[in-house]
Design a protein around this ligand. Structure first.
Ligand SMILES: *Cc1c(COP(=O)(O)O)cnc(C)c1O
Length: 600
């Protein structure tokens, strides 16, 4: 039996701990953990600590979650790992399809951790421009105080001096533009006005350097490692516009904020599309918008106007094929992965499937097609009695009228229920509207619920198409041995199942409100500055601190049964989503007690 003390002695001798001056372990030994249970960490002696920072922001549904455990155990009995070059497997295919459906970015490339996702996105962006005949577009822009990982490439776009300065001679130069961190607004200036003022600096940079710039990489809404610096989503909306205008990729590093942390599945969803030109934001757009919807409605008398309205909201006010397809199929979401569950199928890709019409609908047909493979697949689908129809995703509705009417008729003549009425959100009412779309999204941390290292970079058809061709070197020749590991992918699929079945985003909204209420005393504490909150992240800065504050606060919180690690003078909590309200009570009490402590 290993004792607590023994383990600490041996870890000091043999384990070089991350992000740690090892000498500090003399005063602050690491916490030895033997077990986990939900939001709790348990030491070998049975003492329990609330994991208030989700084990470095990775955990979503608690430690030893029975559903995630079961998925991994099931996968262990099938195949633990197979290389992803020259082979594929159901977990990676299904995960890619589901991430595509969630983000609208249909091509997933896998890495092993967050930093490798950053490396992939940077390399892919620069390689895209090279393939597009503009190899000089290879520089990157990022935000001041941004954090994108610590491998040499990722560190070069990171702006945390403590992590970066030592290695400066190893790094490629990159440019940082001012952070829209709302704490920096002028007195009386709104977070939004400040964010838009910061975007002017981005514009000035791009105006001068777009010809040599590949991408702007940004942590949407919350700069985590900077100390949970939060900013207004208007910055992202404006950044998207500027990146479009100057032909620069927008990379959303959602490694920390993805999977519900900021209150939406992905943080970028909170940045709504700007009003289309010619329609003032305040003008309601009644004339222009209804007229456009009306025109589409005349062309498609079979399809109800609300479907057309929905489709237009999804896609930059344009009723295109994909958005209408989502409307038609949204009550059952017959994407490729559901089809595959019903039909054992070779690993072909498949965009939409309408059982009632016996149709497979392929978007972007031809753009990145590999004719021989497509022919094999179409032949296979034909043998199953299915017809394949292709069209370009952004073809306007008009050109696909016949197919859409056929799907619509088939859906409503059959035994399936009429589509549910549109929710307020789908109608674009309330706070949410159609969101911007990044060119790349980096995911990791919460992707596997904090179980296994896995990262994914999602990108658009346009980026994917630029790599597609006969020349090997035109392809993205990047690899990690554990790319798309099946155990990690199964953990991720179990995580997505939990999001769906437990309606996690909605449940978190209620939980977050309750916790914010519990923190009222903390927010009003005389030492607390800039109390801030977004989704399932809470943070505040502490005034009147002496050097060593973070370590002292950490130790004091442990005495209250809470595991927490402040960043400088910023204390933040980012609890697992399964944290019970009673436990949040305890957490709020612990924070208050630590703040009240005269020696911290
Ligand atoms: C954690 C993090 C990374 C790096 O991920 P690792 O898995 O630690 O390499 C990159 N970007 C952001 C925003 C992060 O929070």
């Amino acid at each position: 039996m290993t004792t607590d003390h023994d383990l600490i002695r041996r870890t000091r001798a043999a384990v070089w701990h991350p992000c740690t001056q090892m000498k500090t372990l003399e005063a602050t030994p690491p916490l030895a953990i033997a077990r986990g249970e939900g939001a709790w960490l348990i030491d070998p002696g049975g003492r329990r600590y609330l994991d208030a920072i989700s084990s470095w922001w990775v955990n979503l549904f608690g430690h030893c979650n029975p559903r995630i455990n079961a998925a991994i155990v099931d996968q262990l009995g099938r195949i633990e790992h197979v290389m992803l070059a020259g082979a594929t497997h159901a977990p990676v295919v299904e995960l890619s399809e589901r991430l595509a459906a969630l983000t609208g970015l249909g091509h997933a490339f896998y890495g092993s951790d967050g930093a490798s996702a950053t490396e992939i996105a940077l390399k892919m962006s620069a390689h895209y421009w090279r393939n597009a005949g503009q190899p000089e577009k290879n520089a990157f822009v990022s935000l001041q105080n941004g954090y994108h990982g610590e491998t040499v490439g990722a560190l070069s776009v990171t702006d945390i001096p403590l992590f970066k300065d030592t290695y400066a001679p190893l790094l490629r130069h990159s440019v940082q533009v001012p952070t829209p961190d709302a704490r920096r607004a002028e007195p009386g200036e709104s977070a939004e006005a400040w964010a838009l003022r910061c975007a002017e600096a981005l514009e000035a940079h791009l105006a001068e350097h777009a010809a040599t710039t590949a991408a702007f990489i940004v942590e949407p809404l919350v700069q985590g490692a900077a100390g949970m610096a939060m900013y207004h989503p208007a910055y992202l909306t404006r950044a998207r516009e500027l990146c479009d205008q100057y032909r620069v990729h927008l990379i959303a590093d959602e490694i920390a904020v993805g999977f519900g942390r900021t209150g939406t599945m992905f943080a970028f969803e909170q940045a709504s599309l700007p009003s289309p030109p010619g329609r003032g934001a305040g003008g309601e757009g009644a004339g222009g918008k209804s007229a456009a919807v009306g025109q589409d409605a005349q062309r498609f008398p079979d399809i109800p106007p609300e479907a057309i309205e929905f489709a237009r909201k999804l896609r930059h006010e344009q009723t295109d094929a994909e958005s209408l397809m989502w409307y038609l199929l949204r009550d059952r979401r017959l994407g490729g992965h559901k089809f595959r569950r019903q039909h054992p199928m070779p690993p072909y890709t498949l965009d939409f499937y309408c059982h009632e019409a016996g149709l497979v609908i392929e978007l972007d047909g031809g753009q990145h097609a590999e004719p021989a493979r497509d022919a094999r697949r179409d032949a296979w689908l034909g043998q199953q009695g299915l017809r394949v129809v292709r069209f370009w995703n952004n073809q306007v509705l008009q050109e696909t009228e016949a197919v859409l009417s056929e799907v619509w008729t088939a859906l409503h003549a059959g035994a399936y229920p009429h589509p549910q009425p549109l929710s307020q959100r789908e109608r674009g009412e309330g706070p949410r509207q159609a969101a911007i779309r990044p060119d790349f999204i980096c995911l990791s941390k919460g992707l596997t619920g904090g179980y296994l290292p896995l990262s994914a970079v999602l990108t658009t058809d346009a980026v994917y198409a630029a790599f597609y061709g006969d020349a090997t070197a035109r392809g993205f020749l990047h690899s990690h041995s554990y790319t798309g590991n099946p155990l990690a992918c199964r953990a991720a699929l179990a995580v997505l199942d939990i999001f769906e079945s437990d309606r996690v985003i909605d449940a978190n909204r209620v939980k977050a409100q309750a916790f914010t209420d519990l923190l009222a005393d903390v927010a009003a504490h005389p030492r607390v500055r800039h109390f801030r909150h977004r989704g399932m992240i809470w943070a505040f800065d502490v005034a009147q601190t002496r050097p060593g504050f973070a370590a002292r606060f950490h130790r004091a919180a442990l005495d209250h049964g809470v595991f927490i690690r402040p960043v400088g003078q910023t204390v933040y909590v980012m609890p697992p989503y399964v944290t019970a309200i009673e436990d949040m009570h305890l957490l709020a009490e612990a924070l208050r007690a630590c703040l009240d402590h005269p020696d911290i």
